[in-house]
Design a protein around this ligand. Structure first.
Ligand SMILES: [Zn+2]
Length: 271
């Protein structure tokens, strides 16, 4: 039985988690906008690699329209958007509501996943945001950002060392190389036209993070999404679909709905 005090601590814990999650949402929305701006917009040609990375992490937030520094108030998750009256103080352009949506999503996501996964939820939230960035950039630019996917490899390895015994290393390596091999063959068969090289990099990360059954579901969802996309938006079956976007989206769906369909795959679900 819970006492009133337990309820209070639980509520405070989840308020705190919501704040942390929304801060992560805000951070990743900033990173996403900046990747598009410094690495994929015309300004990329004026910057060296070093300047791009410096700007990505250290430039204070600015208005993309007038380049003026944005008020610190706006940077407070959730409420910041309303404090700034939803507009840039300098040029008056409406500030994107997307920030608020990313923050709300991050907040709810961390609370929800924490309930099922405990501390592992933090790792999953980070993964989900990297999948979101990978998917959205693929959808917009038809390109999977390698540096971003590298983080999914790192998180996947951390997950392996937390969740699995080292004796599972052969199974772990096997599933990694099988899916990498299948995608490499498909890439070569399509002569790089149907499959991008980025899709191979992405499937490597996916096969590190997920179980074999889940990987098969993800690939199927990705393929179905791509086919529907081509049927809706493209003229013929030779057209290209952003497979990376659909794979990333499928990964997020699997992480979020896993507690209901697969049970939690923790070897020691002690928290
Ligand atoms: Zn402005």
């Amino acid at each position: 039985m819970y006492s009133l005090l337990d309820y209070k601590t639980e509520i405070f814990k989840y308020i705190y988690l919501f704040f942390l999650g929304s801060s992560l949402g805000s951070f990743y929305k900033t990173i996403y906008d900046r990747i598009l701006y410094f690495f994929y917009s015309p300004i990329r040609k004026e910057l060296s690699i070093k300047q791009k990375y410096y700007n990505l992490f250290f430039t204070p937030s600015f208005c993309y329209n007038c380049k003026t520094k944005i008020s610190y108030l706006y940077l407070i998750p959730i409420v910041g958007y309303f404090f700034t009256k939803k507009r840039c103080k300098h040029c008056g352009i409406p500030l994107s509501i997307d920030f608020l949506l990313w923050e709300l999503f991050g907040g709810f996501l961390l609370c929800y996943l924490f309930y099922f996964y405990g501390l592992l939820a933090f790792l999953y939230v980070l993964m989900i945001f990297h999948f979101i960035i990978a998917g959205l950039i693929d959808l917009k630019k038809f390109f999977l950002d390698y540096e971003n996917i590298l983080f999914l490899y790192i998180f996947g390895l951390i997950l392996f060392f937390i969740e699995w015994e080292l004796s599972n290393i052969y199974y772990f390596l096997l599933k990694f190389f099988i899916f990498l091999f299948i995608f490499l063959v498909l890439y070569l068969l399509g002569r790089g036209k149907k499959f991008g090289f980025g899709d191979i990099i992405l499937i490597g990360a996916i096969s590190i993070i997920f179980e074999i059954t889940e990987i098969l579901i993800i690939i199927n969802l990705g393929a179905i999404g791509s086919i529907i996309y081509i049927l809706l938006y493209k003229k013929n079956k030779h057209s290209y679909a952003p497979l990376g976007f659909f794979l990333s989206f499928a990964c997020i769906v699997v992480i979020i709905f896993r507690p209901f369909f697969f049970g939690i795959l923790t070897s020691n679900s002690s928290y």
